[in-house]
Write a protein that binds this ligand. Structure first.
Ligand SMILES: C[S@@+](CC[C@H](N)C(=O)[O-])C[C@H]1O[C@@H](n2cnc3c(N)ncnc32)[C@H](O)[C@@H]1O
Length: 190
């Protein structure tokens, strides 16, 4: 059964510029992003992180934004048009049980999921689908909100990722958040 997803009205709050005071997208993401990268923003909502990502990847890069709620995606598209970033942003509406990323096999340089994993019905499947999209050298940053999610629950999330052949490479510090930076455990393939 699907878990409760973030209501659209909360999407507006999450997109507020005031949030930058404690979660600055540039500061959080710039260590991982280079010009020309293909980035995946899963559970992007109205694009609080997607638009700064589109700026960071430059005109040759691409940000693929996936969300289960059409209203979130439509609002993101509007904001991207206003910011002149539509040509760097590709939007996708997915299903609760599938991100629909089969066409992106090992194409993604950097994947990002902020405050999303606790909403997906099957974390194992979620990690497995994202694993398929990431290049062998790619990385995946997962952030979960401390207010909502206990340390114990976050550890279960990280274990689900490890069971799908991700390995932990860092635990970056971000305000009010549990965070883990993952990469593919390619040694497990041999
Ligand atoms: C709390 S919001 C976080 C939005 C954004 N990542 C941020 O940090 O501002 C969670 C988002 O994940 C989306 N979501 C929930 N379940 C999902 C699923 N199964 N697949 C894709 N997106 C999902 C929701 O629609 C919502 O937009």
């Amino acid at each position: 059964m699907a878990k409760r997803v973030c209501p659209v009205w909360v999407g507006y709050l999450l997109a507020s510029p005031i949030r930058k005071l404690f979660q600055n997208p540039q500061r959080i993401l710039s260590p991982y992003i280079e010009n020309g990268m293909k980035v995946l923003d899963v559970g992007c909502a109205m694009g609080f992180f997607s638009l700064p990502l589109a700026q960071m990847v430059g005109s040759k890069g691409k940000v693929i934004c996936v969300d289960v709620q059409e209203k979130m995606i439509r609002s993101l598209e509007k904001r991207a048009r206003k910011a002149g970033l539509s040509n760097r942003i590709e939007t996708r509406i997915c299903h609760h049980n599938s991100l629909g990323l089969d066409d992106l096999k090992e194409e993604v340089d950097f994947a990002f999921a902020s405050a999303v994993v606790h909403e997906v019905p099957d974390a194992s499947r979620f990690f497995s689908e994202i694993y398929q999209t990431i290049k062998p050298t790619g990385r995946f940053l997962v952030i979960e909100p401390k207010g909502h999610i206990s340390k114990k629950h976050f550890n279960i999330t990280v274990s689900a990722a490890e069971q799908k052949d991700f390995k932990i490479i860092e635990r970056p510090q971000i305000g009010r958040s549990h965070v883990v930076l993952l990469e593919k455990n390619v040694s497990l393939r041999f």
